[in-house]
Design a protein around this ligand. Structure first.
Ligand code: FAD
Ligand code: DLZ
Ligand code: SF4
Length: 513
C-alpha cells in the first residue's frame, strides 16, 4: 500500500478538516489514538478525558459509516504505544502508508514535537493549518506587528469588518461596536434559570466512563453524573437550546454568579467548539440569525459573538505570537504554591468554595468564576503562574493550552506585564458581592475591611496595590484607585498589610482559611 496516514487529534473532531478533503477511501488510513502521553501531560479532570475519548470514539464510528478506513487505538488496547508518535510509527509499519498528514495541533509542545517527526519517522510529514478559525496565526502576527499594546477590542473590530458579522453598510449593526455597558446586571433572587441540556450516556460513553474510573482514578474531579454531548448531533441540540432559551438573557446576566448554579445563561458550548464538534462559524451564524429574527436582543447577540469572534480568535493569535515566553512570564515574581483547597474546595471563603466545587463537579465554571473569583484570588495571593496554568489546563473540559494560557498568564495573572490586559483584573470582595449571592452564605464579612472576620479579598486587594505600586501606579487606568489608596491613613494600610501577611502565611502552610 502507498497511501497516506491521516492523523486526527482528540480536539479535531470534524469532517471539514482540510486533511480529509482529498482522502482516498481505498488506500488512505485515518488514525486516531487515545494515548497516555496526551491524557497525562497534565492530570486532566476525569470528566474531560471521558468526554474526549467518548467524542473521539463516536466520531471514528461516523467516519467508518462514511466509508473511511479508520485505525482507532483505544487506551486499554494491549498494543497501545502510549504516544502519538509511536502510534504513527507502528501504523506506518503495519499499513505500508508512506507519508503522514496532520492538522496543526493547538499546543506549542505538540507542534514542536511534530516538526521533528519527519526526521524521526523517515517519511514526509505535512502539517496543515487548522481551518476552523476565522483568522490565521500569520494574520494575527501581521496585525500585531508594530503595535505597542494589543487590545482585543481593536482586533475584534477588524474581525467584524473582515467577516461582515453584525455589520450593515460597513458600519456595526445598531451603530456601536460594543454593548458591554448593558451586560453587567446581577441576577435577581427571583429569576429562574433554564436547565442545561443534558444527555444520558450510551454504551460507548458507559465503557469510556468505566475505563476512566479504572485508569485515571487519581485524577481530579467527579466523573458522575456525566451528561455532556458526545456527538455532533447532540452538540447541535445544545446550540439550538442555547439560542432559544438562554441567548436572549445571555448579555444581561453574563457577569452574574449564583450559589449552586454554575450554568446560568451561558452557552456551555466551549467544549464542543474547541474539540471540533461545532464550528465557531455556525455558532455565530445562528446567534446573528436570532438577532435578525427578533428573538434575541442586540446586547446579548453582540456580547456573545464578541466572545467568539473577538476573544477566542484574539487569544489564539496572542498565544502563538508570544509562545514560548508566555508560559514562563512572571511580572510580579509570584511563587506561592497552590493551596490544597484548590483540589478539594474546603475553605470558608464561600465564593472560592462554590467555584472550585462547581469545577470539580462539572469540569466547567463560567467566565466570571474563572476570572474574578479563582483568577482574582490567584493574582492577589501571588500564586506561582506555572502551577496556576497547569491547574486551569487540567480542570476544565474545554482547556487546551492555546486558549487557557493567554487567559491565565496574561489575563488573570498579568504575568506578561500588560500585553493583553490594560490593567490587572484585581478586585476586592465588593465586586464579588455585587455580582453574586456568595457573600450572604460566607464565613467572612464582605463589609469588613480588616480583622479576623474580614473578607480576605478586601485586605488582599489593597495589599496587592500597596506592594506593587511601583509597577502599577503610573498605569493610566489605575489612577483613580491609587488616588483612593493615597487618601488612606497609614494605620489602615498597615492593618491591610498585617492581615494580608497572616492570611498568606496561613495558605502557605495549608492552614484552614
Ligand atoms: P460563554 O460564556 O457562553 O461564551 C461563549 C463562547 O465564547 C465560549 O464557548 C468560548 O468559546 C468563547 N469565549 C468566551 N470567553 C473567552 C475567552 N476569554 N477566551 C477564549 N474564548 C472565550 N475558554 C476555553 O475555551 N478554554 C479554556 O481553557 C479557558 N480557560 C480560561 C481560563 C481563565 C482564567 C479565564 C478567565 C477564561 C478561560 N476561558 C477558557 C474563557 C471562558 O471562561 C470560557 O470559554 C467559557 O467560560 C466557556 O463557557 P461557555 O461555553 O458557557 O461560554
Ligand atoms: C486532551 C486530550 C486527551 C486527554 N487525550 C487525547 C488522546 O488520547 N489522543 C489525542 O489525540 N488527543 C487527546 N487530547 C487532545 C490533545 O491533547 C490535543 O490535541 C493537543 O493538546 C493539541 O491541542
Ligand atoms: Fe468571597 Fe469575601 Fe464574599 Fe466570602 S465575603 S464570599 S470570601 S467575596
Amino acid at each position: 500500500m502507498s497511501g497516506t496516514l491521516r492523523l486526527i487529534l482528540g480536539d479535531q473532531l470534524t469532517e471539514t478538516l482540510p486533511i480529509l478533503q482529498d482522502a482516498a477511501r481505498s488506500e488512505d488510513i485515518i488514525l486516531m489514538a487515545e494515548v497516555k502521553e496526551e491524557a497525562t501531560y497534565v492530570k486532566h479532570h476525569k470528566k474531560k478525558i471521558a468526554f474526549l475519548f467518548s467524542a473521539m470514539r463516536h466520531f471514528a464510528e461516523g467516519l467508518k459509516r462514511n466509508n473511511y478506513q479508520v485505525r482507532y487505538r483505544c487506551y486499554d488496547d494491549e498494543e497501545n504505544q502510549g504516544s502519538l508518535l509511536k502510534e504513527v510509527q507502528l501504523a506506518l509499519e503495519q499499513t505500508g502508508c508512506n507519508k503522514v498528514i496532520v492538522t496543526a495541533p493547538g499546543e506549542y509542545r505538540l507542534l514542536k514535537s511534530m516538526e521533528q517527526w519527519e526526521n524521526q519517522l523517515g517519511v514526509p510529514v505535512t502539517i496543515l493549518e487548522d481551518s476552523r478559525f476565522y483568522s490565521t496565526t500569520a494574520e494575527f502576527d501581521e496585525w500585531a506587528q508594530d503595535r505597542k499594546t494589543m487590545r482585543m477590542e481593536f482586533f475584534y473590530r477588524e474581525m467584524r469588518k473582515k467577516t461582515g458579522v453584525l455589520m450593515e453598510d460597513g458600519n456595526p449593526v445598531g451603530g456601536k461596536w460594543n454593548y458591554d455597558e448593558k451586560n453587567r446586571e446581577s441576577l435577581p433572587a427571583s429569576k429562574s434559570v433554564p436547565e442545561p441540556t443534558t444527555f444520558s450516556p450510551d454504551d460507548i460513553t458507559e465503557s469510556v466512563i468505566a475505563l476512566v474510573e479504572n485508569e485515571f482514578a487519581g485524577h481530579f474531579g467527579d466523573l458522575s453524573p456525566f451528561h455532556f454531548a458526545v456527538t455532533r448531533e447532540q452538540a447541535l441540540t445544545v446550540l439550538e437550546e442555547f439560542i432559544e432559551q438562554r441567548l436572549p438573557e445571555f448579555g444581561k446576566y453574563q457577569d452574574a454568579m449564583r450559589h449552586n448554579a454554575p450554568w446560568l445563561f451561558h452557552s456551555h458550548l466551549s467544549f464542543y467548539i474547541n474539540c471540533g464538534l461545532l464550528s465557531p462559524r455556525e455558532v455565530i451564524e445562528q446567534a446573528e440569525a436570532a438577532y435578525h429574527a427578533g428573538t434575541a436582543p442586540l446586547n446579548s447577540v453582540e456580547g456573545f459573538i464578541r466572545q467568539i469572534l473577538g476573544w477566542r480568535e484574539f487569544v489564539r493569535g496572542f498565544y502563538w505570537h508570544y509562545m514560548p515566553g508566555l508560559a514562563t512570564d512572571n511580572y510580579f515574581n509570584a511563587d506561592r504554591d497552590l493551596p490544597d483547597f484548590f483540589w478539594d474546595g474546603y475553605t470558608n471563603m464561600n465564593c472560592m468554595r462554590q467555584c472550585i466545587t462547581d469545577t470539580k463537579n462539572n469540569a466547567y465554571a463560567h467566565h466570571i468564576q474563572r476570572l474574578m473569583v479563582i483568577g482574582n484570588f490567584s493574582l492577589l495571593t501571588e500564586l506561582d503562574p506555572v502551577q496556576v496554568q497547569q491547574w486551569y489546563l487540567l480542570v476544565y473540559a474545554d482547556a487546551y493550552e492555546w486558549v487557557e494560557l493567554p487567559n491565565v498568564s496574561a489575563m488573570i495573572l498579568f504575568a506578561d506585564g500588560g500585553n493583553l490586559a490594560s490593567k490587572p483584573y484585581a478586585a476586592s470582595g465588593s465586586y464579588i458581592n455585587r455580582m453574586s449571592d456568595y457573600c450572604k452564605n460566607c464565613g467572612y464579612s464582605v463589609s469588613k475591611k480588616t480583622g479576623e472576620k474580614a473578607c480576605p479579598f478586601n485586605y488582599l486587594y489593597w495589599r496587592f496595590l500597596d506592594k506593587n505600586k511601583d509597577k502599577l501606579k503610573d498605569n493610566p487606568r489605575m489612577g483613580l484607585v491609587y488616588k483612593s489608596y493615597e487618601r488612606m491613613d497609614d494605620t489602615k494600610i498597615q492593618a491591610m498589610r498585617d492581615d494580608g501577611a497572616i492570611f498568606l502565611r496561613k495558605i502557605s502552610n495549608n492552614e484552614e482559611v
